[in-house]
Design a protein around this ligand. Sequence first.
Ligand SMILES: CC(C)(COP(=O)(O)OP(=O)(O)OC[C@H]1O[C@@H](n2cnc3c(N)ncnc32)[C@H](O)[C@@H]1OP(=O)(O)O)[C@@H](O)C(=O)NCCC(=O)NCCS
Length: 183
Amino acid sequence: MTLPTLETERLTLRALNLEDAAALHRLVSAYEIALNTLAIPHPYPEGAAADWIASNVQKFEEGKMVNLGIFLREDGALAGAIGLTIHREHDRGELGYWIGVPYWNRGYATEAAAALIDYGFRELGLHRIEAEHFTRNPGSGRVMQKVGMTFEGRFRESVRKWDELVDVDHYAILRSDWMAARG
Ligand SMILES: CC(C)(COP(=O)(O)OP(=O)(O)OC[C@H]1O[C@@H](n2cnc3c(N)ncnc32)[C@H](O)[C@@H]1OP(=O)(O)O)[C@@H](O)C(=O)NCCC(=O)NCCS
């Protein structure tokens, strides 16, 4: 079983391989990426990119996660990463993503999220896909709104990020919403 490759107008979403580790490390080690994600450390440890890439194949084979690199079709450059965590017992997925700082505000996160949501509903047979963002990071909430997710609530001071308990906004979309909107 191999991770899927998804093509959009401007992007290719595909499995990362070890040759991508240096580019991944360069982008993901920016402070701005760690600041608004829960699990990405800063400074980003040497070797962590290669370890993460290697773990993606196993997690996919176990049916637990679909993690893909986001590459620009025009020149093949790595622009970010996106993933779905799969909770098969509930047919539910959790979407997460980041885009490298040089590539912000070009619509790439929205384009990639739409492609992975579509894959989650059509190919993985999921029923519901959720996403959450720190309330202080409204750009990510905007991505969720642009792909048609519904705001379901704010969890106040719900997670600890470094030395601070931060508010988290929750969004979701059901398969029926997605299919009704996209056909
Ligand atoms: C959040 C993130 C993924 C957005 O990626 P992106 O490719 O720039 O997103 P898009 O271009 O598709 O959409 C961004 C939208 O947010 C808007 N936006 C950006 N900064 C904003 C802000 N401070 N307040 C409100 N909206 C903002 C943009 O205007 C755009 O909306 P529009 O198309 O209606 O104008 C990217 O900034 C990132 O990786 N940040 C760090 C990691 C992170 O936050 N990951 C998500 C964790 S939940």
